[in-house]
Design a protein around this ligand. Structure first.
Ligand code: FE2
Length: 288
């Protein structure tokens, strides 16, 4: 991550981490793995009925289960000291937590959020050399978004138990919070949650380098006969350029560029719940 424009360090009372991998359930994990191989350039390996998808700066695991369920999200912390700080923060909150949880981390801890989604924090294994020569355009796994019947409870957990920082809220005309964007680095958000009638996985996002690479990814999707479902556009919160496709289970997949980089002491922003907030260039998809 480029943080050259950021002057302040995140204080030790706040979590420092980056989204590292996701475990996605599917009634057809083999089919889903093939989609991600074609659409996102992942190398796929099958082991014990699980499909491991790996590319430079992005990893997914596909397991058998119901569609549109996120089994787990893995966040990499920079070192063991940060993992220990997080462990102490969780212990102080008395929230249940256990060691381990992911084969992709050398050391990790696992905790479930109030909606039951498993969150794994760990020290990442080094990526192997061949992946550093990946041919496709950059697409670093960057954020994950969930819907929730009670997003305020989820936000409190992410802030008070884990140490995430609130970047922006989207507020409806009655003053209710519809969407919250939370960060665990200098990037505007690595996690977001919006209010909906069910608790489920909404989308995950890859950050590419610039606008031209959004164009290249769109051309790549077109060549693979994968229609763009939303965008290109620009989000209000985060100010990022975006485009979305659907995977074979109907999960939204986003490719983004120019996501806002923020100082630690940036005030929390407030946005109206309207189409222009979701897409300042045009049509918004108000899913909440
Ligand atoms: Fe997103």
């Amino acid at each position: 991550m480029e943080v050259s424009t950021v002057k302040s360090r995140r204080p030790e009372t706040c979590l420092t981490a980056t989204l590292h991998h996701l475990v996605i359930a599917s009634p057809s994990p083999a089919l889903l793995a093939t989609f991600y191989q074609t659409a996102l350039g992942y190398d796929i390996a099958e082991r014990d009925g699980m499909f491991f998808a790996k590319a430079l700066d992005r990893q997914l695991l596909f397991v058998a289960g119901r569609a549109k369920i996120l089994e787990a999200a893995g966040f990499a912390v920079p070192d063991r000291a940060e993992l220990e700080r997080l462990r102490r923060r969780i212990d102080a909150s008395h929230w249940p937590c256990r060691p381990g949880g992911s084969p992709l981390f050398v050391e990790s801890i696992s905790i479930r959020d109030p909606d039951g989604t498993e969150l794994i924090f760990g020290v990442a294994q080094q990526q192997s050399a061949p992946l550093l020569e990946a041919q496709m355009w950059p697409a670093r796994l960057q954020h994950v978004v969930m819907s929730s019947r009670d997003p305020e409870r989820v936000v409190r957990f992410f802030m008070e138990v884990l140490g995430f920082t609130l970047s922006d809220n989207v507020i409806d005309p009655e003053g209710g919070v519809r969407t919250s964007f939370l960060r665990c680095s200098h990037e505007h958000h690595s996690f977001a949650v919006f209010k909906a009638s069910e608790d489920r996985f909404d989308h995950h996002c890859y950050e590419t380098k610039d606008w031209n690479q959004i164009r290249d990814w769109c051309d790549h999707m077109a060549k693979q006969n994968i229609p763009i479902q939303w965008g290109p556009g620009r989000h209000g919160p985060g100010n990022n350029l975006f485009m979305f496709v659907h995977d074979t289970d109907g999960n939204w997949v986003e490719i983004s560029a120019e996501l806002e980089v923020v100082e630690h002491d940036r005030p929390v922003g407030q946005w109206p719940h309207e189409q222009r907030t979701l897409n300042s260039w045009g049509q918004g998809l108000l899913r909440s």
